[in-house]
Ligand binder design. Structure first.
Ligand code: G
Ligand code: G
Ligand code: NA
Ligand code: MN
Length: 253
């Protein structure tokens, strides 16, 4: 595969860049963190979205070095923000393959140590389907990560099939409602019901609940009324380069 070879080269040539999208506290409007979203700055094709190359990396072993690359960049950025006086927690998406890779927890531990970043300023996002594909195994891996002090989210909640008994046992502290439900919640009664029950479920399990895909003020108002904790979406801000993120945070206070 030509793309795979190019992607391998891209890692060596530092062509991958992280964009950051703010996560904002619903009641106070404070920034609670930044989700790191990778893009490929391709010399000819321009900015390539992750949907065009993450699946290719996942289909090969390349997802592991790619993930270490994104983790390294995100941790370095969080440390730079911290040194500049902003404690911003960065969230990195982990592919299914990474969760079953036994060396990941130790690599994360070393990475945090090397950069001098407090573990609580790193969050790992795993989709509901990643975790529920093999919940026993996920439980073990997540325990190791959690013991480091890293925060863990269940991403794309509502798109998979969670077992309530596992959800209760998983060492996670945040549930992110998938954007497909949030985006249509004002028009689709079913989606509104799903959003509301996910918020209640999350709270009953002691988790913070994030709604992603918030695209307008009306949805934000509805989520606030439902007691949602954190929002993320184009209405707040689009994913942006680190320097723009820094400016955005500063311009809000
Ligand atoms: O940024 P965008 O909306 O195009 O992201 C599309 C998808 O790519 C999302 O599902 C997101 O979780 C995934 N993604 C973005 N960055 C990363 C990454 O660094 N690692 C993995 N595994 N997935 C990512
Ligand atoms: O799969 P994951 O939850 O990691 O997806 C994050 C993706 O959602 C990123 O690709 C990001 O660009 C996209 N995204 C973020 N906010 C919005 C939004 O308000 N609307 C839409 N349509 N996509 C969004
Ligand atoms: Na995510
Ligand atoms: Mn998601």
């Amino acid at each position: 595969l030509a793309l795979l070879g190019e992607l391998r080269q891209a890692l060596q040539d530092d062509q991958l860049v992280l964009y950051y999208q703010p996560k904002v506290d619903v009641t106070l409007g404070r920034v609670t963190g930044a989700e790191a979203l990778v893009r490929w700055q391709h010399p000819e094709r321009g900015l390539v979205p992750p949907g065009d190359f993450i699946p290719v990396a996942e289909g090969s072993g390349l997802i592991l070095p790619l993930t270490m690359y994104t983790l390294e960049a995100a941790v370095a950025q969080a440390k730079a923000w911290l040194d500049a006086g902003q404690a911003i927690q960065v969230a990195v998406n982990l592919s299914p393959r990474c969760l079953v890779e036994p060396t990941i927890p130790d690599q994360v531990r070393q990475l945090l140590h090397r950069h001098g970043l407090p573990a609580r300023l790193l969050r790992l996002e795993l989709t509901e389907s990643t975790v529920m594909a093999d919940p026993e195994r996920a439980l073990g891996a997540l325990m190791e990560l959690r013991n480091l002090g890293v925060a863990i989210s269940i991403d794309d909640f509502g798109t998979g099939y969670s077992s309530m008994s596992y959800l209760k046992r998983l060492p996670v502290d945040e549930l992110k409602i998938d954007r497909s439900f949030v985006m249509d919640m004002l028009a689709e009664g079913h989606d509104a019901v799903l959003v509301r029950s996910s918020i209640d479920l999350g709270h009953n399990l002691g988790l913070a609940v994030v709604a992603e895909g918030v695209e307008d003020e009306e949805t934000l108002t509805a989520l606030r009324a439902l007691g949602c904790d954190v929002v993320q979406g184009y209405h707040l801000a689009r994913p942006m380069p680190a320097s723009a993120f820094t400016d955005w945070v500063v311009s809000r206070v």
